[in-house]
Design a protein around this ligand. Structure first.
Ligand SMILES: Cc1cc2nc3c(=O)[nH]c(=O)nc-3n(C[C@H](O)[C@H](O)[C@H](O)COP(=O)(O)O)c2cc1C
Length: 382
């Protein structure tokens, strides 16, 4: 870790560093949300509304942060979530994050929209790796990705259900951040001012692509691949597709983007193993509730028959503990690890995971809790 990074103490600080390092269009692509960004803000605000009620005299001299999830023990209840184009933030960004996750003893989920292929990512060293997919208009392509993930030894398949149309991200439109890029003069000038990022990425630009969308032997032209990707998303997907996926995928199956308790009930009926309560980090339906608000009803509806995870607005160890107190088994992060990646590559992601770990540990110690499974609703001030 560099001396500069050692001074960074929080996710908020690492975000500020990422803002300084990245061209505005790239920073905004990660940081922004849909339309008025109400859901984006709400994710963090609703965590802030919850307060913790500690019991110091319970005594918690040693704390065990590990958690059992889908038959694997993770060192902490925090998973590196799927984000597209991580390779735009740091050369070979996805693989750098995989190494950091493996080092931290936790799982990582690769995005459908990764720069590297899922096969290459599988070689990067993360044992607990999950693969995120969509239901495409061409159901054969969903099957193809699923079979490739199985062949490459992925343990879990994450079906994202809230991206069937692309959210209206106005920052990206203003910045001309699109695939292929339609950059304005201002955006290009902004990029030219970010020397460190430009220098680091100088050999990479021709390699930035959607690695999983190129068929074997095909020229990986990013614009053509983006067009394929967009046209393949299917707003007409339904539970029948989930049932079909359940038939073809033998490993752990999760649905990501669940907010309605009725969908949690259906997921149980379909034999899904886990759901991720998520509004896509406020990037899709602006006006959706915060994930943490939606969580309790989903935990109740699922009745312990599947694992409920959560993402959206998790910025502190205390947020993870609050989600666990409301019944989540673990949380995922999106933007925080991208910010870490932009600042320090593998070491930056490692530092973000380490910060979360030490914050969770401190919250547990201050609250009188020594094991993750002892975290429950009694920890919340009502
Ligand atoms: C830049 C970016 C790209 C994302 N790409 C994907 C993706 O390809 N697939 C997916 O399921 N979710 C994607 N997400 C959503 C994240 O998985 C996650 O739901 C969200 O970021 C969680 O909120 P947080 O950023 O507040 O932690 C993306 C998020 C960001 C910020």
């Amino acid at each position: 870790m560099t001396r500069e990074m050692a001074r960074i103490g929080s996710v908020a600080e690492i975000r500020a560093r990422a803002r300084a390092v990245l061209p505005r269009a790239v920073f905004d692509f990660a940081d922004g949300g849909a339309e008025d960004e109400r859901t984006l803000r709400r994710n963090e605000e609703r965590f802030a509304d919850l307060a913790l009620l500690p019991r110091p005299l319970n005594g918690a001299a040693a704390r065990d942060l590990s958690v059992e999830l889908f038959g694997r023990r993770l060192a902490l209840p925090l998973i590196v979530g799927p984000v597209g184009l991580a390779g735009l933030f740091w050369p070979d960004g996805e693989c750098a994050a995989a190494r950091a996750a493996a080092q931290a003893g936790t799982a990582i989920c690769l995005s459908h929209g990764s720069v590297c292929t899922l096969e290459r990512f599988a070689e990067a060293g993360a044992a607990a790796r999950w693969m995120q997919v969509f239901i495409y208009r061409d159901r054969g392509f969903t099957r193809e990705l699923t079979e490739r993930a199985a062949a490459a030894g992925y343990e879990a398949l994450v079906l994202t259900i809230d991206n069937q149309l692309l959210g209206n991200r106005e920052r990206d439109r203003r910045n001309g951040f699109a695939i292929p890029p339609r950059l304005t003069a201002g955006t290009l000038a902004g990029m030219a001012r970010k020397g460190r990022w430009l220098w680091r990425m100088r050999g990479e630009f021709s390699r930035i692509t959607f690695g999983n969308y190129a068929r074997p032997g095909e020229q990986a032209n990013v614009a053509a691949l983006a067009a394929r990707m967009g046209s393949l998303l299917d707003p007409g997907m339904s539970w029948r597709d989930v049932e079909e996926l359940r038939r073809i995928w033998k490993g752990t199956l999760l649905l990501k983007g669940v907010l309605h308790p009725a969908e949690a009930l259906e997921a149980v009926a379909c034999g899904v193993d886990g759901i991720i309560v998520s509004n896509h980090g406020g990037r899709q339906l602006d006006g959706a509730p915060a994930s943490i608000e939606a969580l309790p009803a989903i935990v109740t509806a699922s009745g312990g028959k599947l694992a409920v995870l959560l993402d959206g607005g998790v910025r502190r160890g205390a947020d993870v503990v609050k989600a666990l107190a409301l019944g989540a088994r673990a949380c995922l992060i999106g933007r925080p690890w991208l910010w870490g990646l932009a600042v320090g590559g593998e070491a930056g992601v490692a530092q973000v995971l380490e910060m979360f770990g030490s914050e969770i540990d401190r919250v547990m110690g201050l609250s009188g809790i020594s094991r993750i499974d002892a975290i429950n609703a009694e920890l919340l001030f009502r």
